[in-house]
Ligand binder design. Structure first.
Ligand SMILES: Cc1cc2nc3c(=O)[nH]c(=O)nc-3n(C[C@H](O)[C@H](O)[C@H](O)COP(=O)(O)OP(=O)(O)OC[C@H]3O[C@@H](n4cnc5c(N)ncnc54)[C@H](O)[C@@H]3O)c2cc1C
Ligand SMILES: NC(=O)c1ccc[n+]([C@@H]2O[C@H](COP(=O)([O-])OP(=O)(O)OC[C@H]3O[C@@H](n4cnc5c(N)ncnc54)[C@H](OP(=O)(O)O)[C@@H]3O)[C@@H](O)[C@H]2O)c1
Length: 814
């Protein structure tokens, strides 16, 4: 396809800016065209350019016809440089000009594009036609033009992710500025009832804004893209939420459009055939787009991704983006490689290229990218996480080095500056990890020149199949809070570099300075220690296999609530913090940790463990008056910290710092023993509270009979009466404890009807809300994928039914 002269002018104006001297393009086009013809005398290419009379006269004749004097001067400068390099003296325009009168030029045979193919040997000078001049000009600028377009398209990738992140950042920070979010705490009942503002929903602009927000939350943010799979994989694939899907689909569409068939390929190209042009441009475009995707790929993979903090989006959201960017960048790299291979085959240069560094390093990088994507599929990741990680790190390193040699200045291309940001992002993440490890685990006391390090006690509860890890960090960790997780290392053991994330189940400030649950605000430090006492009244179902439980000290606060703390005199770091993690052994490090505990005659060990954190964002449950927490198995870890924070916040002597008035806590687990163990420790302060309703379920076969957990519960919530959707067995077990002040908590057997439970609590809250249009209720799930998906679906259907105050939160395994 031929471009018009108008387009040519546009191209010359807009795109020639890339050439060293745009004026030189005119002579460059003529030189290229004349170089395609043969003249009598069989001169070499350089001689033809510089000294061959027939050829040089042809060049300057065309120059007189098509170029301005500035362009002739600029072009002549370039050509004479080339000639000088070849040891020749260019016959100048000025020397030939006297002969270039109109009659002489009119006498010259005019040649066109098709004459090139005749391979005629000219024994006189020639004049290139205007169309041949234009074709030659286009040929010269087209590669630069395509390169320029590809680079601008690369910026579109930056614009896309920049825009998406900006929306996330604005949305996140706006949420802190809205009045409801700014004042989460309401100190007294009076202000609570005032805040309810019974009546119809707001109208006008506020009403429209609320409706839009509700629609977006209901139809885009909460549900999975399709069906009921989100945490559960579908054919070994993660199904994102709808909003994540929209972003991912837009990203794919953008890349397809940017790689799309918008290339200017024309038959009369003097250097390349149409096929060669197409492959070359596709290869260049996809190569540059692949490079443009790399910084996002690296940023979104990091633990210390500042956008997690800026947007409030979870690591798993960024992980979804990371995976899709990786796939796109890899496909682009593969197309890039194919494009160049085909082109080189056309040029008959393919075989020789394998000795070129830029060639084989590029191929290597393409292969390692492909292998990383292949070994990242869930099927492999779940089976061999450590191998997946090793492959990822080693291959990412090879990819970086390979790309550096592929596009360094030595290979004639200048793309290595695109790679340095990746090195910087990676280094930042690694240094930040190291800094966090040092910060959490090492405290140097300059006064007495001593060093405090992290102390750990690990205990394995056989019946519950759970390792409980109590950690006293060497240094105070920064602001422990619900929703956080830490990476744990056991550096002195085999594979000491391994590190695994675990949710912070519970934390205790032994100084009591922050009014934590263990030491109520205002009580002196020493008193806290003195109040620790042996309390034998917690009768747990005796385990046949596990060692008899060690006596557990209890700490009482003013209201008579008790907090049991395990007492490990050898493992104290003096007053500080105590972090508790609950670990369900799998097959790798967690199993090895369990085995270490089993080898100990006491069942408890004191391993050298380092923590790195905190990571993860807290879900704002405390902004909701009603909260439903549903957890499965070891998902209890996430619930404990939120429940404990609720107790702390509502007991704050300076006034409640939470909006939450009712919590419905549902825990389904296989082993009743797990409930018993944790009920006697972390959950104990919940019992007897009127604002927390507890439903416990055990599903393993040997838990068929309802089990009684004998714990001093005190009053129980009247809120329980309203759970209409419980199955018969569930009803009987719950009603036996509801409203009582005895010491029994029952564990029901079997899975509950989660959907029914969620809807029933929402209905109850609506009835309690009176005239309030949209009572606020948060539902949080943490547990097996199927359970989380079921709860998400239940909340989605409630939101669909018009419950605007309902929100869904999920703590996931990333
Ligand atoms: C944010 C987060 C919080 C978590 N909190 C808890 C918790 O409180 N309690 C708990 O018992 N478990 C928790 N886990 C899961 C825990 O990290 C894994 O069970 C643990 O890493 C398994 O280690 P392993 O070597 O024994 O695993 P393997 O037997 O090798 O693998 C078991 C499973 O864990 C996955 N896995 C292994 N290593 C990692 C890793 N480093 N990062 C992510 N996944 C991994 C594997 O893909 C596989 O699916 C959490 C995971 C995440 C991402
Ligand atoms: N912060 C976090 O992200 C975090 C922390 C800890 C755990 N977790 C999650 O929690 C999961 C728990 O694993 P685990 O091995 O500890 O659990 P588990 O011992 O297998 O217990 C899970 C319990 O949930 C029940 N359950 C499963 N699907 C259900 C559903 N759809 N409805 C109702 N009940 C259902 C199971 O019942 P059955 O026995 O009938 O199957 C079982 O009793 C992990 O897979 C992880 O995803 C997340």
């Amino acid at each position: 396809m031929k471009v018009s002269l108008g387009l040519l002018a546009l191209l010359a104006q807009g795109l020639l800016v890339r050439a060293d001297d745009p004026d030189a393009q005119c002579i460059a086009a003529i030189t290229l065209a004349i170089g395609k013809f043969k003249f009598a005398g069989n001169s070499s290419a350089n001689a033809q350019l510089c000294t061959d009379k027939l050829s040089v006269v042809s060049t300057w004749a065309a120059a007189k016809m098509y170029c301005t004097s500035n362009e002739i001067a600029a072009g002549q400068k370039v050509n004479s440089k080339t000639c000088k390099k070849a040891g020749l003296q260019l016959v100048s325009y000025q020397e030939i000009l006297p002969f270039l009168n109109d009659d002489f030029i009119a006498s010259l045979p005019v040649v066109d594009f098709d004459d090139i193919k005749l391979h005629h040997k000219w024994n006189q000078s020639i004049l290139i036609s205007p169309t041949l001049y234009r074709d030659s000009f286009m040929t010269n600028i087209m590669t630069d033009r395509e390169d320029g377009i590809a680079k601008r398209y690369g910026w579109a990738i930056y614009g896309f992710w920049g825009g998406i992140l900006l929306i996330g950042i604005i949305n996140h920070w706006l949420s802190y500025l809205l009045p409801f979010q700014r004042n989460p705490a309401l100190a007294d009942e009076e202000s609570i009832s005032k805040s309810r503002k019974p009546g119809p929903r707001p109208s006008g602009l506020l009403g429209v804004s609320n409706s839009v927000q509700h629609w977006v939350r209901t139809n885009l943010i909460t549900p999975a893209a399709f069906g009921l799979h989100h945490r559960r994989a579908l054919y070994w694939c993660t199904i994102p939420t709808r909003i994540q899907t929209v972003v991912v689909v837009l990203f794919y569409v953008l890349n397809v459009i940017l790689c799309g068939p918008t290339y200017t390929v024309f038959r009369e190209n003097l250097k390349l055939s149409e096929a060669e042009q197409a492959w070359r441009y596709i290869a260049d475009r996809t190569g540059i787009l692949s490079y443009a995707n790399l910084p996002w790929l690296w940023i979104f993979a990091g633990r210390n991704n500042i956008f997690i903090w800026l947007t409030g989006w979870s690591f798993s959201t960024f992980n979804i983006f990371h995976r899709h960017i990786a796939r796109v960048a890899t496909v682009e790299a593969i197309v890039h490689s194919i494009g160049y291979s085909v082109r080189e085959v056309y040029l008959h240069k393919y075989v020789g290229l394998w000795s070129e560094t830029y060639w084989y390093t590029g191929v290597l990088a393409m292969f390692t990218m492909g292998l990383m994507v292949w070994f990242s599929f869930m099927w492999f990741r779940v089976r061999a996480y450590e191998l997946f990680l090793l492959i990822h790190i080693v291959f990412a390193l090879i990819t970086l080095v390979g790309l550096y040699y592929h596009t360094s200045s030595k290979s004639g291309t200048e793309y290595s500056p695109y790679l340095w940001p990746l090195v910087a992002i990676w280094l930042f993440d690694r240094v930040a990890r190291l800094a966090r490890i040092v910060y959490c685990n090492l405290h140097i006391k300059f006064g007495d020149s001593s060093m405090v390090t992290t102390k750990t006690t690990a205990t394995y509860w056989k019946d519950a199949n759970l390792v409980r890890l109590e950690i006293m960090p060497g240094s105070r960790v920064y602001n422990p809070a619900p929703g956080q997780h830490y990476f744990l290392y056991q550096p002195m053991k085999f594979k000491g570099w391994e590190n695994h994330p675990f949710t912070l189940a519970s934390y205790l400030d032994l100084d009591g300075a922050d009014g934590t649950i263990g030491v109520p605000a205002g009580e002196p430090k020493q008193e806290a220690t003195e109040k620790v006492a042996e309390v034998p009244d917690v009768s747990l179902t005796p385990s046949t296999e596990s060692p008899a439980p060690a006596p557990v000290p209890i700490h009482s606060d003013k209201e008579g609530q008790e907090q049991r703390l395990q007492h490990h005199p050898k493992q104290t770091n003096g007053p500080g913090q105590r972090l508790v993690f609950m670990i369900r052994p799998a097959d790798g490090w967690t199993k090895r940790l369990r085995d270490q505990c089993l080898e100990s005659p006491t069942g408890a060990i004191h391993p050298k463990i380092l923590i790195e954190g905190p990571y993860g964002e807290k879900s704002p449950l405390d902004r909701f008056e009603n909260v439903v927490i549903i957890v499965g198995g070891s998902g209890i870890t996430a619930a404990i910290s939120y429940l404990q924070e609720h107790i702390r916040s509502s007991a704050n002597t300076k006034g409640s710092t939470t909006r939450t008035r009712h919590i419905t806590f549902i825990w389904i687990t296989k082993q009743a023993a797990m409930i018993q163990e944790i009920a006697a420790r972390e959950l104990r302060p919940l019992f007897g509270r009127s604002d927390v309703q507890i439903h416990l379920y055990a599903t393993s076969r040997n838990s068929k009979e309802p089990t009684h957990v004998a714990v001093q519960t005190g009053r129980h919530a009247d809120f329980a009466d309203k759970s209409a959707a419980l199955s018969d067995i569930e009803k009987s077990s719950v009603s036996s404890t509801a409203g009582s002040s005895d010491s029994q908590l029952e564990i029901s057997w079997g899975r509950p009807n989660l959907r029914g439970l969620v809807h029933s609590v929402i209905n109850t809250v609506r009835q309690d809300g009176g005239d309030e249009a949209d009572p606020k209720l948060a539902v949080m799930a943490c547990g097996p994928a199927a359970m989380a998906d079921e709860v998400r679906a239940a909340v989605y259907s409630a939101m669909k039914a018009g419950n605007r105050g309902v929100r869904y939160f999920e703590e996931t395994f990333g």
